[in-house]
Design a protein around this ligand. Structure first.
Ligand SMILES: Cc1cc2nc3c(=O)[nH]c(=O)nc-3n(C[C@H](O)[C@H](O)[C@H](O)COP(=O)(O)OP(=O)(O)OC[C@H]3O[C@@H](n4cnc5c(N)ncnc54)[C@H](O)[C@@H]3O)c2cc1C
Length: 732
């Protein structure tokens, strides 16, 4: 919720200012070349900055008859404004050591004049200036909301620059470049906003006005200019400009501008008549101008040009992200308030969602007002007559990730009118907790006085179209609205993201427990991380089988246990090096190697070791990893032994604890953990993370052991660690 507030603010700000920002960025890139071109000119005089005014003024006086002003520009070039013998005003670069003219100061080129006017005011005078100032301010807000989004995405400020999950190029580069370039962009935006604000005099950043009585200035003593103490003490490096007295009348004086003050100096005595320091606002104004215009140096001007270029990139990539997100968002034509039918979905890897979308679409086509949303979004639905809940079950009968808050929200938002409901529970009969969460959701809803069942709860085994068709028939009969199994729910055609992969290697099956390793090379570059899942469709139909992925040398490695007659495992066993398959990579964000942690305790049994093999081989930072793995026989472990020995020698694996359940000490991982309770407790106390992969039965037992260790050794509650993402599970 909070993330979406920031995301929407970020988006809204960007949408409202993108045209102005595009113009400002394009002209900003052009204008960055002006200071670069200026700096390329050769008017620098070595050592000029160390000359004192007491040395320079006499030289100028000697070389030029009528001088008005001496300027030191941001490049350190010395510019003299003077009048020639024909009475013409001149502006020349000079050598302050010799008084020699180095070249004329040229007017700003027409091109840069045009670009400056467009950049500052869009040729719209004050209105344009205001719009540009507003766009700069919005850019500050975009930058700040962007920083907050990165922190939220990375889940910690400490992980600001850590690895970013690559979902697609636009999202990836928007964040990767954004978190670096945001800082110069913010700087550019802040200086631009300040310049606008001071330009409109909302802040008084004007130079102080010098006030002194000049009617009775002293004319004696009259030391030589070279002996004026003020001139002797002021080097060119500390000077911005020196205005010469207009005439030799006593009421005229020198005006000296420095970065921090303005000084009025008696032209005869050399005494300070008065001086005034710049206000902090004025100093900030001068600082903003210098930095915003890139006059500070070629490197900064180039940084500004690149940053402006990136603003254009962010506008483009931001719109691509928005476009894609819109396409993926549940397309609800009707709002929650006006819909008579509400479909709530609990989905971990998209299956229930696909079925729900199909029903949604069919009902909308019949002219019904239907609203589809996550189970976590349950609330009051004022006009709801029919509620359909479609949900899968995750792990040990737990809710899928978008349904965790459903029970709490159900009791928090009682409906104030009667409606009928039907629960469709997706699962696999292979698991003891078959459809457990769906069954629970049905019971929870049944407790509400306002709710009555339109159908009994239906369970769908293994995405079976037949099971789903049975629900469709009963629900349609009861409600009079026809829904059916659409073709896209039967085949695998819906998976646009099926990728071709070539089998690179396959080991022979271990005789001890029928397990083998298989390595697949995706034909096209794929974004996959250890801990993700590979979905295969062995019969090219609705039946999907998932396998935990370990990435090794950019290949996908699976550890597979063969079940006689098993659809997925038999299919994989039938493959050999060179065979091609089509499979889908399922992102499993919650089971990736932690980006920042003091240590990781990995716990697995059997094929659950698969993702850990990849994570350990990727552990180039040598984060202390302690692996507790259980197998039936020593021979089962041999499949992984050489690899793990190598990783240990390379310090990518800190310790290895092996338990064999059918020989030797007959130990399970739970026994290993209990024995290492003190070490495990101390790792957990020091912010370590636990990852568990393998059978659900093992997960249950391990969590019990961990609960004891947490309580006794650390004084922590295992559920809290689970909730805080310090215990990660991926069991099946
Ligand atoms: C998130 C996730 C990750 C997974 N990762 C892996 C992995 O890395 N390696 C791996 O080998 N499997 C993994 N699986 C299990 C895998 O998806 C299949 O369930 C398994 O390969 C059996 O499928 P099958 O098609 O061969 O058997 P099926 O055709 O589904 O079933 C055939 C028979 O095998 C038996 N059977 C099936 N699955 C199990 C089981 N888990 N325990 C006991 N008996 C069973 C049943 O008795 C069943 O009647 C994972 C599952 C999930 C949900």
């Amino acid at each position: 919720m909070i993330i979406s507030v920031w995301r929407y603010s970020h988006l809204l700000l960007a949408v409202s200012s993108f045209l102005l920002l595009t113009l400002a960025s394009v002209t900003g890139i052009m204008l960055a070349f002006e200071p670069i071109a200026d700096k390329m000119q050769e008017y620098r005089v070595d050592g000029a900055e160390n000359l004192a005014l007491a040395e320079v003024v006499p030289v100028i006086r000697k070389s030029f008859k009528d001088v008005q002003k001496l300027n030191i520009d941001d490049n350190g070039f010395v510019i003299l404004e003077w009048t020639d013998s024909a009475g013409l005003a001149q502006k020349s670069y000079i050598n302050p050591q010799t008084g020699k003219i180095l070249g004329p100061v040229k007017e700003q080129s027409e091109f840069f004049k045009w670009a400056t006017a467009l950049h500052r005011s869009l040729f719209l005078h004050e209105t344009g200036r205001f719009l540009v100032g507003l766009a700069s301010f919005l850019l500050i807000l975009i930058g700040l909301s962007g920083i907050i989004l990165v922190i939220q995405r990375q889940k910690s400020i400490k992980r600001f620059f850590s690895h970013i999950e690559r979902l697609n190029w636009a999202q990836y580069y928007h964040v990767v470049f954004g978190r670096i370039v945001l800082f110069p962009i913010l700087f550019i935006a802040i200086t631009a906003t300040y310049l606008s604000v001071s330009r409109f005099e909302w802040i008084n950043a004007a130079e102080p006005k010098l006030q002194a009585n000049t009617d009775s200035l002293a004319e004696e003593p009259k030391p030589d200019v070279k002996d004026f103490p003020f001139f002797r003490g002021l080097k060119l490096s500390a000077l911005q400009s020196l205005e010469f007295p207009f005439s030799e009348f006593p009421e005229d004086y020198y005006t000296i501008r420095q970065h921090d003050r303005v000084v009025m100096l008696n032209q005869f005595t050399g005494d300070i008549i008065t001086s005034q320091n710049h206000s902090a606002a004025a100093k900030l104004g001068a600082f903003s101008l210098r930095w915003h215009t890139g006059r500070n140096g070629i490197v900064w001007a180039i940084v500004m040009a690149i940053s402006s270029g990136y603003i254009l990139f962010f506008i483009y990539s931001g719109f691509v992200i928005m476009w894609r997100r819109r396409a993926n968002v549940l397309k609800n034509r009707f709002s929650a308030e006006e819909s008579q039918i509400v479909i709530l979905v609990g989905s971990e890897n998209g299956t229930s969602m696909r079925f729900a979308r199909s029903v949604h679409q069919q009902l909308v086509l019949q002219g019904k007002k239907v609203y589809l949303t996550d189970m976590d979004n349950y609330r009051k639905f004022p006009l709801m007559e029919h509620l359909i809940v479609m949900t899968s079950t995750y792990g040990l009968g737990d809710p899928p990730s978008n349904a965790h808050h459903f029970p709490a929200r159900l009791s928090k938002h009682p409906q104030d009118h009667a409606f009928s409901f039907s629960v469709v529970a997706f699962g696999s009969r292979t698991y003891a907790d078959y459809c457990k969460f769906g069954l629970e959701a049905d019971l929870m809803l049944g407790h509400g006085q306002w709710a009555s069942r339109s159908t009994e709860v239906f369970t769908i085994n293994d995405r079976s179209p037949e099971d789903f068709a049975a629900w469709c028939n009963v629900w349609s009969l009861h409600t009079g609205m026809a829904v059916s199994v659409t073709p896209d729910l039967i085949g695998t055609n819906h998976h646009r993201d099926l990728r071709k992969m070539i089998v690179k290697q396959k080991t022979v099956m271990t005789a001890s427990d029928d397990t083998f390793l298989i390595r697949l090379t995706p034909q096209k570059k794929a974004t996959v991380r250890s801990g993700d899942l590979l979905a295969i469709y062995p019969a090219d139909d609705h039946r999907e089988r998932l396998y935990s992925v370990g990435t090794i040398d950019k290949d996908i490695q699976l550890s597979v246990k063969y079940y006689q007659g098993g659809l997925g495992s038999t299919f994989l066993d039938g493959l050999s090096a060179g065979s091609a398959i089509r499979a889908r990579i399922v992102k499993n964000e919650h089971f990736h190697f932690p980006a920042t942690t003091s240590s990781v305790i990995m716990i697995s049994n059997g094929t659950g070791i698969a993702p850990f093999l990849g994570m350990i081989s990727d552990n180039k930072q040598k984060v202390p990893v302690h692996l507790f793995c259980g197998f039936r026989y020593r021979r089962s472990f041999e499949l992984y032994e050489d690899f793990l020995v190598q990783q240990k020698a390379a310090d990518q694996l800190a310790s290895l604890h092996l338990g064999l359940s059918r020989e030797g000490a007959h130990e399970y991982v739970m026994n290993l953990l209990s024995r290492a309770a003190v070490e495990v407790g101390s790792l957990l106390a020091n912010d370590g993370v636990v990852m568990i992969c393998g059978s659900l039965a093992m997960q249950k037992d391990v969590l019990e052991v961990l609960a004891v260790i947490c309580k006794e050794q650390v004084g922590l509650d295992v559920d809290t660690l689970h909730l805080n993402g310090r215990i990660l599970t991926d069991c099946y």
